[in-house]
Ligand binder design. Structure first.
Ligand code: ZN
Length: 316
């Protein structure tokens, strides 16, 4: 057992979560949350987070000199070679261009490494979650969007700058509808939970699905209807699962993983989601890829980013 202690910081669009993590990857403190959106980002997130880190250290009676490193998981397109927010962060003001690494190292005097939140979550799952001990893993997170991370030989795949693993923008329907990224037919547009909700709502409006109200349609209701055997809803869920599985089949053929991890709220649906995706993926890939391939739900939930970011700074 090492006595090394790290700080993990997970910066999302609504809050930053902070926790101390041991060199073995267990949480060594309570996780504290600091809201970042309170004035619609007029106060830049980085200022809120720097203040939060100081407050957090004080609350835990820790000196910065006791930290071996700080791992930061952050929303947006992160250049993890430099620790800078470079890619679009959508609606978040005062965020693009932020040099997180430099600011943290100047402010706290502690080695800092920064990576994209989806990549951090993937590393967390490999280190302490569902893919513990696995060396080649594809993680797909299905939620408002579709995100992910790819682990190759125990390392998160970063690409040239750290943008790799943006699997939500794999086109799966080249003649399909436009995606928020500007391209056409991305898996994010067809396989996110928002896509499923959008399509079911449309079918409710058109009268194809009856017995439910448009304003009540959300992920939970959709799965309740599937459970109850609502055939019209099942059709849409099957179509959605087909898109997700198609993208995963492509990823399995590209990376030959031992394991595929499904994250996001919907991964709690074992029978109606995880089991179905597993069947489709195992049937869709070539036999030699299917051998011993496991498809499972993520385990770490809320702490994956904090823990994965610390793994990243340890390896940096
Ligand atoms: Zn896209």
């Amino acid at each position: 057992m090492s006595d090394k202690i790290y700080l993990g910081v997970d910066i999302g669009g609504t809050a930053a979560k902070l926790g101390l993590v041991s060199g073995e990857g267990s949480l060594a403190s309570e996780v504290f949350e600091y809201p970042v959106k309170f004035d619609d980002y007029e106060t830049p997130i980085i200022e809120t987070v720097v203040k939060g880190v100081k407050d957090f250290m004080e609350k835990n009676s820790k000196e910065f000199s006791e930290l071996e490193g700080i791992g930061v998981s952050a929303t947006g397109g992160i250049n993890s070679k430099l620790g800078i927010v470079e890619g679009s962060a959508g609606h978040i003001k005062n965020w693009k261009g932020t040099n997180i690494k430099e600011r943290f190292e100047q402010e706290f005097g502690v080695k800092t490494a920064v990576l994209n939140d989806a990549n951090a979550a993937a590393l967390g799952e490999m280190w302490k979650g569902a893919a513990k001990g696995k060396e080649n893993v594809v993680v797909m997170t299905v939620g408002t969007g579709v995100g992910g991370g790819i682990i190759v030989d125990s390392k998160i795949l970063l690409g040239r700058k750290g943008f790799a693993g943006e699997i939500g923008h794999i086109p799966v329907n080249v003649e399909g509808e436009g995606c928020s990224c500007g391209n056409t037919g991305c898996i994010e547009h067809y396989g996110s939970t928002s896509a499923l909700v959008r399509n079911v709502k449309k079918a409710v409006i058109s009268g194809e699905i009856t017995g439910i109200k448009e304003e009540e349609v959300d992920g939970r209701l959709i799965f309740k209807e599937v459970e109850a055997g609502n055939k019209a809803v099942i059709k849409y869920v099957d179509e959605w699962i087909n898109y997700i599985s198609a993208a995963l089949v492509g990823l399995v053929h590209t990376f030959n993983p031992e394991m595929v991890i499904l994250g996001g709220g919907v991964s709690k649906q074992k029978k109606l989601f995880v089991d179905k995706v597993r069947d489709k993926v195992l049937n869709g890939v070539m036999d030699n890829f299917a051998q011993d391939l496991r498809v499972e739900a993520a385990e770490l939930r809320n702490d994956a980013g904090i823990i994965g970011a610390v793994k990243f700074v340890i390896d940096a």
